[in-house]
Ligand binder design. Structure first.
Ligand SMILES: CC(C)(COP(=O)(O)OP(=O)(O)OC[C@H]1O[C@@H](n2cnc3c(N)ncnc32)[C@H](O)[C@@H]1OP(=O)(O)O)[C@@H](O)C(=O)NCCC(=O)NCCS
Length: 155
């Protein structure tokens, strides 16, 4: 059974051990970095604090991927930002990324305070661009830290 589970004292090491292909490393932070970052969130002047929540993607008891969502209900333009999505190199192309996306969108949709969500990706990341476009994200034309910003309106 596919499942998304929070990062805890029991599973953070197995999730930190997941990795992408060598040629994909510049597309995504390591899970260890993301787990560290999630302890603090980020304060953006003029926007306020973004809270971050990291999760593992599991196929039964097997960890296969990682994702991290963030929230800032006070933000004007989008109140959710999908910060990370990765599937371990051994398990890519089997639908786990799509499962993670569905789970994140479901979670955001069920929260009435989230009107729109965003994410960003390296313009050369064809897999990510195709995946996000399938879920309705559209590029705004803006670049954030060298990545293309894409938005999805939820309500
Ligand atoms: C992007 C990523 C999370 C996709 O996860 P995945 O489990 O391999 O993807 P899925 O099997 O669920 O495929 C979902 C869709 O993504 C797209 N996709 C996946 N791999 C692709 C590839 N190599 N080229 C083009 N499209 C691809 C397809 O549209 C696919 O849908 P389809 O099966 O209907 O054709 C995974 O490739 C990954 O971890 N990449 C490295 C890290 C990364 O780039 N993360 C995103 C940072 S913004």
């Amino acid at each position: 059974m596919l499942e998304v589970r929070p990062v805890t004292i029991n599973n953070w090491k197995e999730l930190a051990a997941l990795k992408v292909r060598e040629d994909q490393k510049h597309f995504v932070a390591t899970n260890l970095y993301s787990i560290a970052e999630s302890q603090f969130g980020e304060y953006i002047p003029g926007e306020g604090r973004w809270d971050m929540m990291p999760f593992g993607i599991y196929d039964g008891e097997k960890p296969v991927g990682f994702l991290m969502i963030s929230y800032n209900y006070a933000a004007a333009r989008f109140q959710g930002f999908i910060l990370r999505l990765m599937v371990d190199e051994k398990f890519q192309g089997k639908g786990y990324g799509k499962f993670g996306m569905n789970w994140m969108l479901e979670r955001y949709r069920s929260d009435g305070r989230v009107k729109a969500i965003a994410l960003s990706y390296d313009p050369n990341n064809a897999a990510a661009r195709t995946l996000y476009a399938k879920f309705g994200f559209h590029e705004t034309g803006e670049m954030v830290d060298g990545e293309a910003l894409a938005l999805l309106s939820l309500r």
